[in-house]
Design a protein around this ligand. Structure first.
Ligand SMILES: C[S@@+](CC[C@H](N)C(=O)[O-])C[C@H]1O[C@@H](n2cnc3c(N)ncnc32)[C@H](O)[C@@H]1O
Length: 336
């Protein structure tokens, strides 16, 4: 029993857990003592809690959560424990998982999950927590050659998820692909996708080719291309354009990053199917927003992430007429 074990370890259960749950929100010193115990594997970071009399109210509360770990994962599952309640464990896990899947567009995978969330129901309280012993997934892409600007695979996965490209068939391109982190993650997440990868630098494309080979990812179309030519070369071809453009003036070469963004977004507008989506990561968020507005794009959603010491923003764009139709998504612009 969790409470008994905590007591044996000399840790007192809080009478009031955050937001009314009946569970312990572990502090560092508690975790240290718990690390020697059997329940260490269940040591959790509190995510949310509430009243569990009805699954529908729990679902509504969970559907509002923003969990950054789920934006960066290819898959997740919710495992549930139920005590002193008539609620069904599987139904509870399914309800929480369904709400999280809808919100974060992360695939549920009961066996090969990357992130696990633990739902605990005790009497009339529920608590959702993240195990503190999560696996480090940041080294998932194996690179035969180092590319200084390569994106972390977890961030690439977050972009794919933000665009909704993790499910169903469709055609995706990363037109500034670097070492091909995004195309690799896209194929891993969703084998139904047709994936193209372009870069304007021959040496970089070579790195991409070797990285794809080393990661045993085939059937990605690699080509030398200036991304600003994408629309002219491939009009209305793509469902998803997901990319990681240069962050600063030095990388953007001629004219600086504002001019680069404008050139890219004008071209993407032609290359994308009318219902398509663009997801990209930028450090200069305002510059991107100005370029997007000037090119007739609507910023539909944004998520803040840390890139080492830098703060970056993942941005989801849609053509203005499409995003007006999708007002539900437009209303959920959020920062995490
Ligand atoms: C930040 S890096 C992308 C890193 C990549 N996501 C990875 O994980 O390795 C930006 C890339 O954009 C490419 N690039 C810059 N301007 C370009 C353009 N106009 N057309 C195509 N590629 C371009 C650069 O060669 C570089 O590889």
């Amino acid at each position: 029993m969790l409470a008994d074990e905590l007591q044996q370890l000399g840790i007192e259960q809080q009478s009031e857990a955050p937001a009314g749950g009946g569970w312990v929100d572990l502090h560092d010193h508690d975790s240290e003592r718990l690390s020697r115990s059997r329940i260490a594997r269940r040591a959790l970071r509190h995510v949310a809690s509430g009243n569990a009399q009805e699954l529908s109210s729990m679902r509504a509360a969970i559907a509002q959560l923003e969990i950054p770990e789920l934006y960066q994962a290819a898959s997740f599952r919710v495992s549930a424990t139920v005590r002193r309640s008539e609620l069904d464990r599987n139904e509870a896990a399914g309800t929480a998982g369904g709400a999280l899947q809808e919100r974060h567009r992360c695939a549920v995978d009961l066996t090969g999950f990357e992130v696990e969330l633990c739902l605990m129901i005790d009497g009339s309280s529920w608590m959702l927590g993240l195990p503190t012993d999560r696996v480090d997934r940041t080294k998932r892409v194996l690179r035969p050659l180092a590319l200084r600007t390569a994106l972390r695979p977890t961030v690439a996965a977050a972009l794919i998820q933000l665009a909704g490209a993790n499910q169903g068939a469709g055609r995706l391109v990363d037109p500034l692909c670097g070492a091909a982190t995004i195309p690799i993650e896209a194929r891993r997440w969703n084998p139904l996708l047709t994936v193209d990868a372009f870069d304007w630098d021959e040496a970089t494309l070579n790195v991409a080719r070797k990285t794809l080979e080393a990661n045993k990812v085939d059937s990605v179309e690699l080509q030398l291309l200036d991304a600003r030519e994408l629309g002219r070369r491939f009009p209305q071809r793509y469902d998803y354009i997901i990319t990681d453009p240069p962050y600063g003036v030095r990388q953007a070469r001629r004219g600086g990053v504002a001019k680069l963004y404008r050139g890219l977004l004008d071209s993407f507008a032609v290359a994308l199917k009318p219902t398509g989506r663009v997801a990209l990561i930028v450090v200069k968020r305002e510059t991107l927003q100005q370029a997007a507005e000037a090119s007739g794009w609507q910023l539909v959603r944004e998520v803040e992430v840390e890139l080492g010491a830098m703060q970056a923003t993942l941005i989801l764009l849609q053509r203005e007429h499409e995003s007006v139709a999708n007002s539900e998504l437009a209303a959920s612009v959020s920062k995490v």
